[in-house]
Each structure stands twice: as C-alpha cells, then as structure tokens.
Design a protein around this ligand. Structure first.
Ligand code: ZN
Length: 253
C-alpha cells in the first residue's frame, strides 16, 4: 500500500503544485469527447499517465484512472453501494472513492491503511494482518491494489474474509499479469530494482495472474470475475476512458 499510490495522488504531499498542474491540464484537455464516470466532467481526452505515458488515462478534474472510472460505474450499475444502508471498510482508500463514500448518507464509512498519512485526512490506522476488529463487522469491503504489497497475502485475504459479514460483498482488485497462467512470486527477490523487473514495481512482492480468483476462493469467498469492460462498445471504452479487458473481482461471503 504505497509509494505507487503516492505517485497516483500527489495531492496530499504537494497540494499547491498539484492544483496548478490540474488547472493547466483542465485547460489543455478542455472539450467534450470523453466523460469521467466519477466526477461527470468532460474533456477532449483524458491526460496521459504512468511511466509509459499511456493515453486517455487520467482525469484532470478528480484524478481518476481507468480502473477507478470502470469501478465507479460498476458500483452505480451493479451494486447497492450508493443506495442501501451499509457499513463499509475501505482499505488503502483511493482519493476519488474516499470523497464520494464519506459523503454518502447511506454509508457508515471506515477508511483505513497501515500508512494513513498517505491517504485522505480521516483515514485511520489499521494493519489487516494484525488487528482487533471483531469478525463479521462489515457489509462491504473495498480492498484494491493491496495484496501485491503483502508477503503473507494468504493471511491478509483470510483476515478480510473474516471481517466481512455473512451475506456481505467486496471488491478486491490486483494487477493481473496476463502473460502468465499462474501467480509469480519468489521470496528470494528482495532488491527493489529486481522486484520491479520481476513484479512490475519496486514495492511489489508478486505478480498475480489468472489464479488470483482461486486464492480468494481458498479464503472462503465466492468470486465472480466480471469482465465488465466487455459490456461496453469500443466507442464507449474510449468515451469513458476504460481499460479494455479490465475485470472486476466481486467477492461475496
Ligand atoms: Zn473525473
């Protein structure tokens, strides 16, 4: 849960520089070709993002990326997140979701992380590997892009399962390496540069693949890997700035 997240959300660390950058990008990308599902703003296109400057990726208004916009629409169209009374645990809370969920009157919201200072104000400390929260406490758990940082991911996933109420649901996204059939991990690789080469980022300890859903199932979850981006045409994929082939890992207990 971290330094990558810092790169994605410069706001908490360099607030003024970030505001100027956003203002510049809003002017540069002004237009009506694409629409952000999170903040409903329109642009000529989304700004490029990442080391390879991938195109049509980053919203200059709310700082959402492709995966945030797809998940936001999934929440709206396929879940009760914005309507039913729910107690929600949000691990490593993405800024764009944090502000939405915090202000939802139907939600009792618990944003947490082991490094809360890296997240929006109001995030509290929680180590999902070692805590005292009773089992069966939450209706919904959102835990995105977390397990790839944790060496004992089996324990982390099991603990998330325990925290969920029976009948609850959750979203647990991780980066999936589609060039492999199974998850790749090697605990002897500890050098940050070697980890980057092996697992995609310096802080990652593995690269998940298609067997990730089985890891969730082994902890007890029922898992629906929803190829939600396939519900949209190529024109819509571009218009909303989604990532074609992005699947949602929807877990229930
Ligand atoms: Zn936006």
């Amino acid at each position: 849960m971290l330094s990558t997240k810092v790169k994605e959300s410069l706001g908490p660390i360099f607030p003024i520089a970030n505001k100027i950058r956003l203002l510049f990008l809003k002017i540069k990308y002004a237009g009506n070709n694409v629409v952000c599902s999170c903040c409903k703003s329109s642009f000529k296109e989304f700004a490029p993002f990442g080391d390879n400057r991938r195109k049509n990726a980053w919203c200059p208004q709310c700082e959402s990326l492709e995966r945030h916009r797809l998940l936001w629409m999934y929440f709206e169209n396929k879940t009760s997140l914005y309507t039913e009374p729910l107690k929600v645990l949000h691990v490593a809370p993405e800024t764009v979701f944090f502000h939405k969920l915090k202000n939802q009157t139907n939600i009792d919201y618990f944003p947490v992380d082991i490094y809360p200072h890296l997240y929006p104000k109001g995030t509290t400390y929680l180590d999902i590997l070692d805590h005292e929260i009773p089992d069966n406490s939450f209706d919904v758990i959102i835990c995105n892009h977390v397990f790839q940082y944790i060496e004992d991911d089996k324990k982390a996933i099991k603990n998330i399962y325990k925290l969920m109420k029976p009948g609850g649901w959750g979203i647990m996204q991780v980066p999936i390496n589609t060039s492999r059939k199974t998850t790749y991990e090697d605990s002897s690789i500890t050098d940050p540069l070697e980890r980057e080469k092996a697992f995609g980022l310096k802080e990652h300890v593995r690269y998940y693949s298609y067997d990730y859903a089985d890891k969730l199932r082994n902890a007890g979850f029922n898992v629906n890997v929803d190829d939600y981006s396939a519900d949209f045409s190529n024109e819509e994929i571009h218009k909303y700035g989604f990532w074609k082939g992005d699947s949602i890992y929807y877990c229930t207990k």
